[in-house]
Design a protein around this ligand. Structure first.
Ligand code: NAP
Length: 297
């Protein structure tokens, strides 16, 4: 006889969460769902997921609660706010997969521990494509025992799953990831703009250099979107700015100066000020094509 699968509650059914929740349904987990905009749960409810009206009701119905919402303030609200997860959850696990603040992850861990709940911070990398293909990188902080207990479940949504240490460690790892991406995105855009100015075919250049030392996920997946002028998200500029703000605050606490990250945040802030915060991060190419940039020469 096979053991009954743990029940999972899923909160946050956006670009990332919806695909991840579908994989958990595919794997046979009983699923209870909640999202700010109810319509985004339709495809899951049509496949057998149960809709409830608050995070507290999700928590009451589930052994494991997974959240992947937008910003740290959303995380705070769904865990610690009115009708929040920690009001009703008894035992089991809560896993925040939002890219959020390491300090908030520690605060939730402490509050959960007092109630006998194991909290993990488990942000992801791999983008909309990684969520769709169940090939995400999952970076986990919290208690090792809790990680071991849910690792099988993580395997339904991710391919590289790694435990890093105490609460907050997953978020610190994700910040290292975002710091690497921030300067990398400028590099991809600058290479494409430069290739075009040199009279080359940017698509050919991109295809070729992707196989050499310049190769990266951003170059291969977001470079083609830059060339096509496709700025649909993907990964929202508003979320990337949130990540860079968290990383810069955290670096400041460590007395670290990160000029590449500082510059990338400035360019993305300028795009957001021009109304592009809901575009995908590949829209950085527009900064290099903008009138302001041309005028400065
Ligand atoms: P998204 O499409 O905006 O999804 C977030 C979802 O959470 C939305 O559906 C939103 O509801 C819901 N939500 C927000 N606050 C809520 C609350 N208080 N209660 C209930 N639901 C709430 O964003 P995403 O692209 O999936 O990203 C989610 C998180 O993953 C972000 O922290 C992002 O930085 C991170 N991330 C994204 C990517 C990527 O490539 N997209 C990759 C790695 C990590 P509404 O539908 O009402 O807006």
């Amino acid at each position: 006889m096979t053991a009954q699968k743990k029940s999972i509650g899923f909160i946050g059914l956006g670009v990332m969460g919806a695909s991840m929740a579908h994989h958990l349904l595919d794997a046979g987990y009983p699923l209870t769902v909640y999202n700010r905009t109810k319509a985004k749960a339709d495809s899951l409810v049509n496949r057998g997921a149960k809709w409830v009206d608050t995070p507290a009701e999700v928590a009451a119905a589930s052994d494991i609660v997974i959240t992947i919402v937008g910003f740290p303030k959303d995380v705070e609200q769904v865990y610690l706010g009115e009708n929040g997860i920690l009001q009703t959850k008894k035992g089991g696990h809560v896993i925040d997969m939002t890219t959020s603040s390491p300090l908030l992850a520690k605060k939730i861990y402490d509050a959960a521990k007092k109630k006998g709940i194991a909290a993990l911070d488990a942000p992801v990398s791999g983008g909309d494509i990684g969520a769709r293909n169940a090939s995400l990188v999952i970076m986990v902080g919290g208690d090792r025992k809790a990680f071991d207990e849910v690792q099988k479940m993580f395997e339904c949504i991710g391919r590289t799953i790694r435990y890093f240490g105490a609460a907050g460690s997953g978020q610190y790892t994700k910040m290292a990831n975002q710091i690497a991406i921030a300067s990398g995105m400028m590099g991809v855009a600058e290479a494409l703009i430069y290739a075009e100015k040199a009279g080359l075919n940017p698509a050919e250049v991109l295809e070729t250099i992707a196989g050499g030392a310049a190769g990266s996920w951003s170059l291969s997946n977001l470079g083609p979107r830059m060339i096509k002028g496709d700025v649909a998200p993907g990964f929202y500029i508003k979320h990337f700015i949130k990540d860079m703000r968290i990383a810069l605050e955290s670096a400041k606490e460590m007395h670290l100066d990160l000029p590449g990250l500082t510059l990338a945040k400035r360019l993305y802030d300028e795009l957001a000020a021009r109304g592009m915060e809901d575009c995908g991060t590949q829209a950085i190419i527009r900064w290099y094509m903008s009138d302001e940039q041309k005028k400065s020469h």
